[in-house]
Every structure is written in structure tokens, then in C-alpha cells.
Design a protein around this ligand. Structure first.
Ligand code: NAP
Ligand code: ZN
Length: 347
């Protein structure tokens, strides 16, 4: 297979290089995809900067991948050349354990294979969607509904599924009171999905600077967490709090905003541990939980849900040359609300 243009991080903290990578020859179960758009997730930044440890360089990030099928292996019957498809955070799993069989491949007992910064079951390093082509086992490819533009679909493959799954798992619906902490890439999609599920949604953001957007995304209320009164005013208010923040927070202060039996779900993944006081949980029989992306059946369901309910990320489409600058803007919480790379500009 010819070399494919890619953006590669040579080391922690170094700017991206334009380079080429080799993709594997098509196996019978493989789908070869011409990547058109790839979202920039804060997890890309954590990994490129080695904030979680164990980074493998050179690294080609990207797990919010949208493109078009270019070729299929001999055993693939679910996809044809020309189909609009997506790939998220996983490219393989054992397929046999109880979690894989339940469609929760993210919890595969053998360990799922992440789309980049990982080794596949043959020991080869995986490279993600900041590249013009990718070859992926068909099970890990989803169909993008006609109603969703490819560049809008890209962020849904991580930001969409990561917020959809906890909202579904904790049975958010009509009458639920949901708060979303942090209105960045994940948060702004989470607000829309929770509102589409029928919840009364509150955004808890560092300031009121994005209030108008939050209300447009479907939130009923918007509070600044820099205002100490916010925490007094909202004590005991929420059934579910979705924490999408990439940094450590004072979790005790947020847990007290839950009603009795309420749950705070962390999807944000700061590199340092959080501290929690037991009394913040004991007081209201509250739960502190976490959630990781989502399995393939839920990913397809989420895309169909977003198509039907008009959930769309707000994106800034950028060229390959702008990726380093975009990373700095994401870290400064200066993103409105997801950067998406026009992958054609890599070559
Ligand atoms: P993002 O676009 O940077 O959004 C995070 C938002 O959190 C910011 O926009 C900001 O919102 C708020 N924030 C940032 N720093 C803060 C601080 N010091 N204090 C309070 N609020 C702060 O990032 P993202 O792409 O949505 O990802 C968010 C986190 O989720 C990352 O840690 C990422 O690795 C993780 N993640 C986890 C999963 C999973 O499966 N669990 C999947 C994807 C991503 P405001 O300006 O509104 O305050
Ligand atoms: Zn992600």
C-alpha cells in the first residue's frame, strides 16, 4: 500500500511534523478509509504531551475520524466503496469476553486496542486519524447518517459517544436535572444530548462568557463556578452531574450540588488524582462514578440519535498547519467548541 501523509508528534512538547506512514495491507475483515476530517480531542493533547505517561513516539493522534470507504476486504459485507463512515477511539478488541459480547468493547478483558498511541495484538504501533488513510477492522467502523455532514460527524466519534453513554446509562430523561461541568468539546455536545433526552440542563462553566451559546445548545440555566454564590445557590439540585473537565476540581464542592442518591460521573481525565471527602458522599448517599467512551452498538445508536434530534457539534475547521496553535487554544479553554482538521491539507 502506498505511504499516506500524516501529522506526527516526534516527542512530548515538540511541534507536529508533516510525514508519511505505512498502513497495513487489507485483511479479509478490513475497511480502508480515505479520512476527510479528524477532530482534536483534549485526550490527543494529554497523550501528545505525555501527561498520562507511556506515550509512544512518533505519535499520529486522532480518534474522531470521518471519511469515505476506499476499499473493503473479501469478508466485509457491511460496507461498500463510497460509504460515509466513522472510526472512534478503538480499532480492535478480543471479541469473545463478556463485555465484547455485550457490545461494550471499551471494557474488553484482554484490553481494547486504542486507535493511536497503542500496540495492536500483533505488536504494531497504531496511528490515528491525523492522516489521509486508515485501515480498520470492520467491526470498529460505523455508518454516518446522511443527515450529518462529515466534518460534524467527526467530533461525535469521541465527544458524542463519551457523553451519550453516561446520560443513557444513568437513565436521563424527561424530568431529570442534569448539570454539565465544562463547556468545551465534550461539554457542548453533552448539553445538547441531555437536552434532547428531555433533561433540564444546567451548565457549570468557569465564567459566563459562553452563556448565550450554552442556552442555544439547550441548557435552561448557566452558572459561573468562579462565583462562590453558585455553590450555595445550587446545593442539592441535580440528579446527575457530568464532569467533562480536563483538570482537577474541588469535587466535594460539586458533590454537594447533588440531590440525595444523585451521581456525579467523571469523564474528564486529569493526569493527577482527585481528592474526595467521604462526608460529601455519605451525606446524601451520593455516588461518584466514571465512564469511558462507549461500545460500537452505542456509537451507532448515538449517531442515529444525533441525526434525529439535530445534535451537531459547533466546529472550527482548521488546516494541518494550525494544529499546534489549536492545541494551545484548547488548553486555554479558548475553543468554540471543537477543532476539526481538514485532513486534505496534510499532504
Ligand atoms: P476541552 O475541549 O478542553 O473541554 C474541557 C472544558 O473544561 C474547558 O472548555 C473548560 O470549560 C473546562 N475547564 C478546563 N480547565 C478547567 C479548570 N482548570 N477548571 C475548571 N474548568 C476547566 O476538552 P474535551 O476534549 O472536552 O475533553 C475533556 C476531558 O475529557 C479531557 O480530560 C479528556 O481527556 C477527557 N476525555 C475522556 C473520555 C472518556 O472516555 N472518559 C473521552 C474523551 C475525552 P469552561 O470554559 O466552560 O469552564
Ligand atoms: Zn477523545
Amino acid at each position: 500500500m502506498p505511504a499516506t501523509p500524516a501529522l506526527s508528534a516526534p516527542a512530548a512538547g515538540a511541534p507536529f511534523d508533516k510525514t508519511t506512514i505505512e498502513r497495513r495491507e487489507l485483511r479479509p475483515q478490513d475497511v480502508q478509509i480515505d479520512v476527510e476530517y479528524c477532530g482534536i480531542c483534549h485526550s490527543d493533547i494529554h497523550q501528545v504531551r505525555d501527561e498520562w505517561g507511556g506515550a509512544i513516539y512518533p505519535m499520529v493522534p486522532g480518534h474522531e475520524i470521518a471519511g469515505v470507504v476506499a476499499a473493503v476486504g473479501s469478508d466485509v459485507d457491511r460496507f461498500s466503496v463510497g460509504d460515509r463512515v466513522g472510526v472512534g477511539c478503538m480499532v480492535d478488541s478480543c471479541g469473545e469476553c463478556e463485555y465484547c459480547l455485550a457490545g461494550e468493547e471499551q471494557f474488553c478483558v484482554k484490553g481494547n486496542v486504542q486507535t493511536y498511541n497503542a500496540r495492536d495484538y500483533e505488536g504494531e504501533v497504531t496511528y490515528g486519524g491525523y492522516s489521509q488513510q486508515i485501515v480498520v477492522k470492520d467491526h470498529f467502523v460505523v455508518k454516518i447518517p446522511d443527515a450529518i455532514e462529515l466534518q460534524d460527524a467527526a467530533p461525535l466519534l469521541c465527544a458524542g459517544i463519551t457523553t451519550y453513554v453516561p446520560l443513557k446509562h444513568w437513565r436521563v430523561g424527561e424530568g431529570s436535572k442534569v448539570a454539565v461541568i465544562g463547556m468545551g468539546g465534550l461539554g457542548h455536545v453533552g448539553v445538547q444530548i441531555a437536552a434532547a433526552m428531555g433533561a433540564e440542563v444546567t451548565v457549570l462553566s468557569q465564567s459566563l462568557s459562553k452563556q448565550e451559546d450554552g442556552l442555544r445548545f439547550g441548557a435552561k440555566h448557566y452558572y459561573a463556578t468562579s462565583d462562590r454564590d453558585t455553590f450555595k445557590q445550587l446545593q442539592g439540585s441535580f440528579d446527575l452531574i457530568l464532569n467533562t473537565v480536563s483538570a482537577n476540581l474541588n469535587l466535594d464542592a460539586y458533590l454537594r450540588l447533588l440531590r440525595v442518591d444523585g451521581t456525579m460521573v467523571s469523564v474528564g481525565a486529569p493526569s493527577q488524582p482527585d481528592k474526595v471527602h467521604a462526608f460529601s458522599l455519605i451525606g446524601g448517599r451520593r455516588s461518584l462514578a466514571g465512564s469511558a467512551i462507549g461500545g460500537l452498538p452505542d456509537t451507532q445508536e448515538m449517531l442515529d440519535f444525533c441525526a434525529e434530534h439535530d445534535v451537531r457539534p459547533a466546529i472550527e475547521l482548521i488546516s494541518a498547519d494550525a494544529v499546534d496553535g489549536a492545541y494551545d487554544r484548547v488548553v486555554r479553554s479558548d475553543v468554540r467548541y471543537r477543532f476539526v482538521i481538514d485532513v486534505a491539507t496534510i499532504g
